[in-house]
Design a protein around this ligand. Sequence first.
Ligand code: ZN
Length: 130
Amino acid sequence: MTEMDARLIEEAKKVREFAHSPYSKIKIGAAVLAQSGRIYRGCNIENAVYSLTNCAERTAIFSALAAGEEQLTALAIVSDTARPVPPCGACRQVMAEFHIQRVIMANLAGESKEMDLEELLPYSFDAQDL
Ligand code: ZN
């Protein structure tokens, strides 16, 4: 794990405290690294209409994009779960859209796992399929 990976995990850990998750009770934080060197954070935001819930990963990615970033390189996810929690399918597809290559998953117990997006989402749909 690189020093930047550790920093991403720390930022994800901090932002998970802002999660709005009265239904699932799970608090997840994410931090994405842009090519510029800046880090953008996101947490899960649930809604009484469950389908309107937004995952921490997408909140972080959308925050980076809204700040004008175009190149995103790595993303860390932190949860208080038995195993480091993997991103859902929707978030994997959004990560593919913005070419995020590395995903670092960690839990509060200090366990972590790193995977390439290609491992998480093989044979993904992309713009060439349109
Ligand atoms: Zn997700």
